[in-house]
Design a protein around this ligand. Sequence first.
Ligand code: NDP
Ligand code: OXD
Length: 314
Amino acid sequence: MAGKGKILLSITGFNPQRWYEMLSEDREVVLEPDGPADPTIEYAVVWKQKPGVLAKLPNLKVIFSIGAGVDHVFADPNLPQVPIVRVVADNLTQYMTEYVLWRVLDHHRQGQLYRAQQTKKIWHEPPQRPAEDISVGIMGLGNLGRSAARALTAVGFHVNGWSRRPQELPGVATFSGDAGLVPFLNATDILVVLLPLTEATRGIVNYGLLKELRRRNGLGGSVLINAGRGRLQRDADILRALDDGTLKEASLDVFEVEPLPKTSPLWAHPKVFVTPHAAATSDPAHLVAPMLNQMDAFERGGPLEHVVDREAGY
Ligand code: NDP
Ligand code: OXD
């Protein structure tokens, strides 16, 4: 550990113990700085760090986000001007791809209907449609969106993708920017949201947007799946869209307020499938080693990987 920069681990919302133990195998780790600023701390590993905690570190060199998303880092109004590295990892991508496939297939194969039928012991087979009849539209064609798109095309769905800048992806119809949004939505039956939360995307999944989704005869309505961030969506608009038939069903992993308040009508809504921000977990068993490797490489003068574009916000 001698000569290696110290790490501040600042995590709120879950127990940091496993991260602490695994990072400590290679470097000295401070859980929360008490007392005067520690000039030997060079790295911060964070999830929703306490606001202001990083600004106190005079020799902070790099901030590592425990997640792929970094809105939780930017929520700190006193964020130091050092590089922010986010998670890009096969393990996390695999989890998200599994989640998207699971939810798309469940809606496509009418899981909600069959679960409701089973509780009433109803033996009824509704009409089926092949995957190739369904267009899944992915908002956000980044690391996670591209992997989900590949998996969905492999199953046979028609896949559309929407991103900020033009992208090309084999077998995927791509749209970009403000001009591409409505054409993308008009060609989408099942909407999958894998966007980062930025100033440009906050509240984007609102009633007006959901109204633009395609509702083709025979499908019974369009579907929303959000595993990006809760503040991309307006919970109340989703409820309105479900209740007036604009949406047939929704799978929501993220919510405007997390944990989802017990009073939220989303919990008991018969058309909503709720998971507790669990689509793709950040597992230290897979993420600590690459973080430590980046610190070592950085100390040898190498470049950092997966650095966030502060201006774009992701
Ligand atoms: P990336 O940064 O790799 O990709 C982001 C994508 O969103 C890019 O295609 C980008 O466009 C697009 N985008 C960003 N801003 C806009 C905009 N204003 N208009 C249109 N498109 C936009 O992120 P990841 O794929 O790694 O992760 C996506 C998000 O998933 C994370 O930010 C996080 O919020 C969420 N997440 C959720 C998890 C969960 O468990 N629920 C787990 C992990 C991540 P362009 O290609 O042009 O840059
Ligand atoms: C992430 C998350 O951003 O887990 O990685 O939400």
